[in-house]
Design a binder for this molecule. Structure first.
Ligand code: GLA
Ligand code: ZN
Length: 669
């Protein structure tokens, strides 16, 4: 059992009563409706700074006092936000340094949200101060159960303060030794050697924007800036409310902050999930969402996470904001719980009347009452979640891991060469995740620095950057009996983005994999090559390594181009384990067929012995098995033995028909 922050599933969402301060009767109606919808929590104060502190040093907490009291009275837990995500106009006016500068050195005007300088001492001080006041005021309030820090941290600033902070960061990172930096950035190239750290600027269009080592350093610096901003935010909270956990909501596929590093600083991971349902790609969306849940779950070693935001209906930021059909959000919420979510929360509770998000879906629409499709759906889900409280805190045991490494993702994006079409690293990882998910086998999504020893199979798609020392860890893993699968461009650069010397794959990995990669070929989109594996022919899409087998068994060979006949899939027995190299990219079924072989050879069983069918996924969490139909048609699944239907509390077995968006939650007897 993992650390538990609640002993029931949180069902709630962003609640902005400050937008309705002129009509406090709506607050009472909110309470009535929340209870009706089986809502047990609300996230308050996310963008409330201007209401909380309308003028510098002038505070207005009455409304929040009232709301928190009402919430407590109605059994609704408060996830209280710190308001740094958007600053008041007076603050921007009096202290312009709190606003970001863009890469042309132009200061943003007061606008939007999320555009504060991460370095500004004034902003940090102001944030600390309002957070301290909030914590002091509500430290003993019984509704306060969790801190929600700011909102979706993101972006960057290039003001003088940030540039100076970057140089300071570089000084520390490179031991105050400009020659070390020059060497690690390979600055003899194009006469780029610096004499002093003061000469270095962030990557910018009008300056250096392609140097990969600079870009990488900048992204690491931005991550550290966000972390130090976060630490500044939570300092007063830790001091005044040491027992209240803190989280900050991460985003889907947001590339700007290394969440694998950031996760070490939060008590609980939370993220915002907005799949584009019902646009003809529900299975892809379900697969990607599953992968992301597993990624966020794996950030803290399998500890359950919170789904901090999701929409109960539509969003307002896609080109076409389609209304999802009833049932799909419920199914997606069940999927989140199956993958380790201990909460289902919405953005937002009540639809804004004006502003940018007046058409973003909410539980309560502009009509203001409960007689809506969305409200009924939310209520139904709330009732269901109450029957799943026993899942809270429970974890998933995975025997398989896919390495999706954040810094590798950055490195893959910044190098110039080979092929630009195939840079979608997440997509490649999902390609190797999918074969397991489809077969009901749970997968952890880990970084290259996580522990591999608990897995039977570790798959490392497109692991182009091999941080120093990883090559040794791969060797130890395989030597001790693990199965490690790598794909093309393995271990080309080291932690500093310098190419490794002495042939690929790097260092000892030539022996571990029993191969040597001589060249890498890139193929135009309309000129795929051919490869053969296990009697089947596959396209070689975009990129492939030309390898020699040095002691490894050849499982597949190229069938086109000047390297026709050379190996493209190899297996090497090394110590007690095996290292596999799949040297080409394929957008078809190769990963699936290859994984099928691996699964069979290693007798990796599905989490539950249930015959699934196309579009139906299953996941076991603790002793609960979730079976979910994401297909556009009804599906039949077969239960070979008797189970208990957790929701109905009755026995089930045999053939079961799952309607569209249907799901079944069962336990073995
Ligand atoms: C994000 C934000 C919310 C809101 C929603 C709209 O996730 O955190 O404040 O803007 O998107 O979908
Ligand atoms: Zn700045």
């Amino acid at each position: 059992m993992a650390k538990m922050f609640f002993d029931y599933i949180i069902h709630g969402g962003d609640y902005n009563p400050d937008q309705w301060i002129r009509t406090p009767e709506i607050w009472d109606e909110d309470m009535r409706l929340m209870k009706l919808a089986h809502i047990n929590s609300a996230t308050v104060g996310v963008f409330s700074w201007a209401t909380l502190e309308p003028e510098e040093g002038v505070y207005n907490f009455e409304w929040l006092d009232t709301i928190l009291d009402k919430m407590h009275l109605n059994g609704i837990a408060a996830i209280l936000a710190t308001p740094s995500g958007a600053r008041p106009a007076w603050l921007a006016e009096k202290y312009p340094e709190v606003l970001r500068k863009d890469e042309n050195g132009i200061r943003r005007k007061f606008s939007d949200r999320h555009n504060h300088c991460l370095t500004s001492p004034v902003y940090r001080e102001k944030v600390r101060s309002i957070n301290r006041i909030l914590a002091e005021r509500y430290k003993n309030h019984p509704a306060l159960k969790m801190w929600h820090i700011s909102n979706e941290y993101s972006g960057e600033c290039r003001c003088e303060l940030c540039c100076e902070a970057f140089r300071k960061w570089l000084r520390e990172y490179y031991h105050n030794d400009i020659d070390e930096l020059n060497f690690k950035w390979w600055n003899a190239f194009w006469s780029h050697s610096f004499n002093d750290f003061d000469q270095i600027n962030p990557p910018e269009k009008n300056g250096e924007d392609s140097a990969s080592a600079l870009n990488l350093a900048w992204q690491r610096f931005i991550t550290d800036s966000h972390i130090s901003f976060f630490e500044n935010e939570i300092a007063p909270l830790r001091e005044i409310t040491p027992d209240i956990p803190v989280t900050t909501n991460f985003m889907k596929r947001y590339n700007g902050i290394d969440y694998q590093k950031f996760a070490n600083y939060v008590d609980l991971v939370s993220w915002d999930s907005y799949p584009a349902w019902d646009k003809g790609k529900n299975l892809d969306e379900a697969l990607e969402t599953a992968f992301l849940h597993d990624f966020f779950r794996s950030l803290k070693n399998g500890q359950p996470f919170f789904l901090m935001e999701s929409t109960p209906s539509l969003v307002n930021w896609q080109d076409v904001n389609k209304l999802p059909k009833s049932g799909i959000h419920e199914l997606a919420s069940i999927q989140a719980v199956a993958h380790g979510a201990d909460s289902i929360q919405y953005f937002q509770w009540r639809k804004s009347r004006g502003g940018d998000e007046k058409f973003q879906g909410a539980v309560i629409d502009h009509c203001g009452h409960e007689n809506t499709r969305v409200f009924r759906n939310v209520t139904r889900l709330g009732e269901t979640l109450e029957k799943l409280n026993s899942a809270v805190g429970s974890e998933t045991e995975s025997r398989v891991a896919v390495i999706y490494d954040w810094e590798n993702g950055w490195a893959v994006n910044v190098f110039r060469g080979y092929n630009n079409i195939c840079r979608d690293y997440v997509k490649e990882c999902i390609k190797w995740y999918a074969p397991f998910y489809k077969r009901g086998i749970s997968v952890d999504v880990i970084s290259m620095q996580d522990d591999y020893s608990k897995y039977d199979i570790v798959i490392a798609p497109f692991l182009y950057m091999l941080k120093n020392g990883t090559e040794k860890r791969i060797e130890e893993y395989v030597e001790n009996g693990g199965n490690f699968v790598a794909t093309y461009l393995l271990g080309i650069v080291d932690t500093d983005d310098l190419c490794r010397l002495g042939g690929f794959p790097a260092a000892n990995l030539k022996e571990v994999f029993g191969i040597w990669c001589e060249e890498t070929d890139s193929l135009p989109e309309d000129m795929p090559g051919k490869a053969e594996f296990n009697g089947k022919t596959y396209e070689v899409n975009h990129i492939c390594d030309i390898i020699h087998a040095n002691g490894s068994k050849i499982l597949g060979r190229y069938k086109s181009n000047f390297y026709s006949g050379m190996p493209c899939v190899t297996e090497n027995e090394f110590g007690k384990g095996k290292a596999y190299y799949t040297a080409f990219r394929n957008d078809g079924t190769f990963a699936d067929d290859f994984c099928e072989m691996l699964i069979a050879e290693n007798a990796v069983a599905a989490d539950a012995d249930i015959k699934l069918s196309d579009g139906v996924f299953s996941r076991k969490r603790g002793d609960i098995i979730f079976i979910m139909n994401f297909a556009e048609e009804e599906r039949i699944i077969v239960l070979d033995k008797e189970y208990t239907d957790t929701l109905k509390n009755e026995s089930v077995s045999g053939k079961i028909t799952l309607p569209v968006c249907g799901y079944l939650i069962i336990k073995a007897h």
